[in-house]
Design a protein around this ligand. Structure first.
Ligand code: PHE
Length: 465
């Protein structure tokens, strides 16, 4: 009985994979992967974490974590995904020896995706609300009190917070129902360059402000005395969050990669472009923070209170600010879609439900878990677990625990189970690319360096050791 059930399952799975949607071109792959990486992590999280953790020293640690841990794990995930052509749970089940529970990486990935989406959708909600506010014109000011009050009023209003979040969820659901290629690829391909240009313009404006020098030295002159174990953990968590790794997103996207795509090259390009966008956001924000007397450690509010001040300094500031928040919303959309793709694909392929059904279930669950984050600054302000409100708790548990732990297991899987030969074969596109040296370096990092480094940083950062 159980065997025949399993056969049925395998057959339906094969059917599903025969019909799998995928990215249609090399540029499409790059754009969609970049679309997943670039998002609120660059424009909202990177600046506020850098500000709250002492500036340049944090940046250095983040950079090292990206290179030593982020890059190899990202290459590993995309490779596993492309090889298995399935959702993260099925992928690891297929690739691992029978009976070994590596598929748990996919299961925890699904959990992380709900935790991240719960607060991420709320920050996207703020961005949507800021598009409306920018059109109304009320937030265009360099007066700290005005911009802080506007943000405070938004997040402490439970109804507004919830309604904007639901609007975000409905928009995402609509796009996902159009399918991987048409929805995600078309959107990200067209609009990423525009965001890049607008950020460049913002940097120009910010650099012409009075205290630009102070802002730049905060961002680029490291003071290592501020680096504690928990700062290092936060920086490493950001590296995982930024590259969308440790939770199956890149396994999922890898499953849409074409056989002739150069994985290490694509990964390196995505990482570099992603880093550029973060740095541009930092350069746009910190000179303004120091010039207008904002607090670098203002936390999640930082971008929302600072950016309007920068736009207030230029002609056509209002129109450009509307464009900025629209483009930020679109960048965040690419990332959010990739987050949602993990549970959607798992539900679709594992439970055999249709994509529309999988999308609906994911959205319904999210409306529930997300509302706890939407209400964090109002109705649920006093509700805390482990001393953290739901918004911060979901962020902490996902970025600083599940993602790094996922990274350890992905690295261990390739380093000790899958093995060098399979990795080399996959990275060289079955021998067509000559990158054996690179494969050796990636393998060495995955087998020894990344897992140990992540483990030590986690144990120290969580004060378990
Ligand atoms: N990398 C995205 C960002 O920076 C967030 C993300 C995390 C997306 C994990 C997918 C998976 O905004």
């Amino acid at each position: 009985m159980s065997t025949s059930h399993k056969d049925d399952f395998d057959v339906s799975e094969q059917n599903l994979s025969a019909k799998r949607d995928g990215f249609s071109s090399g540029f499409g792959v790059l754009a969609a992967t970049l679309g997943s990486a670039v998002g609120l992590g660059n424009i909202w999280k990177f600046p506020y974490l850098t500000g709250a953790n002492g500036g340049a020293g944090f940046l250095v640690v983040y950079f090292v974590a990206t290179l030593l841990v982020g890059l190899p794990v990202m290459i590993a995930e995309i490779t596993l995904g492309r090889h298995a052509k399935a959702n993260p749970i099925t992928a690891l089940q297929t690739l691992a020896p029978k009976g070994q529970p590596w598929w748990l990486i996919g299961a925890f990935g699904m959990l992380a995706s709900f935790l991240i989406l719960s607060f991420y959708s709320e920050v996207v909600a703020w961005v949507f609300a800021y598009v409306a506010k920018a059109i109304g014109g009320s937030i265009l000011s360099s007066d700290r009190q005005v911009t802080e009050a506007a943000f405070g009023a938004l997040i402490s209003d439970p109804l507004q917070s919830l309604l904007w979040q639901w609007l975000v969820l409905i928009v995402m659901g609509g796009i996902l129902l159009l399918g991987v290629t048409k929805g995600i690829e078309a959107l990200t391909k067209k609009l990423m360059p525009a965001l890049f240009l607008l950020l460049l313009l913002l940097c120009g404006v910010s650099l012409s402000l009075d205290k630009a020098g102070e802002g730049l030295s905060f961002l680029f002159r490291p003071d290592f005395s501020k680096i504690t174990a928990s700062v290092v953990l936060t920086a490493m968590g950001l590296a995982f969050f930024k590259l969308s790794i440790g939770m199956g997103t890149m396994i999922t996207y890898g499953s849409y990669f074409r056989a002739d795509q150069n994985i290490p090259q694509t990964t390196f390009r995505v990482m570099s472009a992603d880093l550029c966008v973060s740095l541009l956001a930092g350069i746009a924000i910190f000179p303004a923070v120091f010039t207008f007397g904002f607090e670098p450690a203002a936390g999640p509010a930082l971008v929302f209170i600072t950016i309007p001040a920068v736009f207030s300094q230029i002609p056509m500031g209002q129109v450009l600010m509307i464009m900025f928040f629209v483009l930020t919303a679109i960048a965040a959309t690419g990332a959010m879609l990739s987050l949602m793709e993990v549970p959607v694909l798992i539900i679709h392929e594992r439970l055999g439900l249709s994509r529309p059904q999988a999308v609906s279930i994911t959205l319904a669950l999210l409306a529930l878990t997300g509302s706890t984050c939407a209400l964090t600054n109002s109705t649920l302000a006093d509700f805390k677990l482990f001393g953290l409100n739901m918004f911060d708790l979901f962020d902490f548990v996902s970025s600083n625990i599940i993602l790094p732990a996922g990274g350890i297991f992905v690295a261990l899987f390739i380093g000790w189970v899958w093995g060098f030969d399979k990795l080399r074969h996959a990275l060289s596109n079955q021998g067509t690319l000559h990158n054996e040296k690179l494969a050796r370096i990636v393998f060495f990092l995955l087998r020894y360096v990344s897992p140990l480094l992540i483990l030590v940083v986690m144990l120290k950062g969580l004060k378990l050791f």
